[in-house]
Design a protein around this ligand. Structure first.
Ligand code: ASP
Length: 404
């Protein structure tokens, strides 16, 4: 009997943790498997997203449908991210993890200023100067914009050319999906390499878990667990009228990969494959909701931004009043939208909130030591929220799903 893929991944995860803990000096022998796997995923992201969106849009039919889908999707992103932030705000005010924290533990983080880009600039850059530069740099929002426009104008062509291009991109997308499924078979090996390497590098930080940083981590975990197991499943059950447990099972492989890679973007091919093949969402909807979600909708990151900024304020003994906490809520939302779907993106984005409420930017160094495990956890919630959005929206568009 062949073990299901998510069990294989789970076993690989446990073995990798043991390997990283007990054989850290031999990690070079296995790290390459993780590198190969990540390279393969990154290799397919751009063509997969491009062809999937073009195919999706050409199948949507009219611009009225496109507008309605867009509105639903953006509403879902903003509402769930705000819910997540409020949950984080609740826990951080209740547990107060930063009060009395030892500021002497601050580590230096470089490149904070450079990483910060104004929200306005991010919006302007959605229209790329050069689409090929956007492809090579993996600028997701620009690629999505271009694909949406391209797909839309294919539908405006005369019959002959419209059919040629629709068929061409359908075929291209089908081939990309096949390639994706082939790469996914190697997930257990890839994850073994990635996680063994991460654990071997992080085990030195275990001492940090005692004291305030430990409480800080628990605060983030409690918030993430609440959002992932209560808020989102409630929406899936009552708005989507779907079975959240079945849906979680359908997404298991993608969620484990998100946890192991700390990257929503790298996980995107697996999320798309699972949502279409296991949950039964049409490409028309998944191609719209998921690529955009991987860059814009980050509930886990939003929650984390809020808790981290409040923790830093508490550690520096700066009291944030009601109005300032509202500023934290909205800047946390912006920071989560602006964060790229790559490891540690959320950490540097905290500087947006810190400068909005006048906190020292070096505060980020306070939480660096424990960022990786929090990154893994928040990325899982980011991908989980994208997938819940996809099934809820698909259902609201009258699709028949496999996770009812
Ligand atoms: N690593 C996260 C993601 O890819 C972003 C973050 O750092 O919060 O979704």
């Amino acid at each position: 009997m062949k073990l299901k893929l998510h069990w294989q991944i789970l076993i690989a995860l446990v073995l990798a943790i043991l390997y990283g803990l007990f054989l850290p000096e031999y990690v070079g022998y296995v790290k390459w498997m993780g590198d190969l796997f990540l390279n393969a995923l990154r290799m397919i992201i751009v063509p997969l997203v491009l062809t999937s969106i073009i195919t999706g849009v050409t199948n949507i039919g009219s611009e009225k449908n496109l507008g309605r889908l867009g509105l639903k999707t953006l509403t879902y992103y903003v509402v769930t991210s705000l819910f997540a932030i409020l949950v984080g705000l609740f826990w951080v005010n209740l547990l107060q993890p930063g009060v009395g924290a030892n500021l002497g533990l601050t580590q230096k983080v470089t490149g904070l200023e450079a990483a910060r880009q104004s929200f306005g600039k991010t919006l302007i850059d959605i229209i790329p100067k050069n689409i090929f530069v956007a492809f090579t740099k993996g600028k997701m929002l620009s690629i999505i914009f271009f694909a949406l426009m391209f797909g839309y104008f294919i539908t405006r062509l005369g019959e002959k050319h419209r059919l040629i291009l629709t068929d061409l991109f359908d075929a291209f997308f089908e081939a990309m999906m096949k390639l994706t499924m082939f790469i996914i078979k190697f997930t257990p090996l890839g994850i073994f390499g990635i996680v063994a390497n991460v654990v071997s590098r992080q085990s030195g930080h275990l001492g940090a878990l005692a004291g305030s940083l430990g409480v800080y981590m628990i605060t983030v975990f409690l918030g993430l667990i609440f959002h992932a197991t209560i808020t989102l499943p409630t929406l899936v059950k009552f708005i989507g009228k779907l079975n959240p447990v079945k849906h979680a099972k359908a997404m298991a492989t993608a969620l484990l990969t998100a946890f192991s890679t700390s990257s929503s973007s790298a996980t995107l091919p697996l999320t798309m494959e699972a949502i279409e093949n296991n949950a039964g969402v049409s490409n028309k909807i998944s191609s719209f909701v998921l690529p955009l979600g991987a860059t814009v909708n980050m509930d886990g990151t939003a929650l984390y931004e809020c808790v981290a900024a409040m923790f830093i304020a508490q550690a520096y003994g700066i009291h944030l009043g009601f109005i300032q906490q509202i500023v934290v809520v909205f800047t946390a939302l912006l920071a989560s939208i602006g964060a790229a779907g790559i490891p540690m993106a959320g950490l540097v984005m905290i500087t947006i909130i810190l400068s909005a409420v006048g906190l020292p930017l070096e505060g980020v160094g306070l939480i660096l030591a424990v960022d990786r495990i929090l990154d893994m956890s928040r990325t899982t919630v980011n991908v989980w929220s994208d997938s819940c959005g996809a099934v809820i929206i698909a259902k609201s568009e009258g699709e028949k799903l496999k996770v009812e």
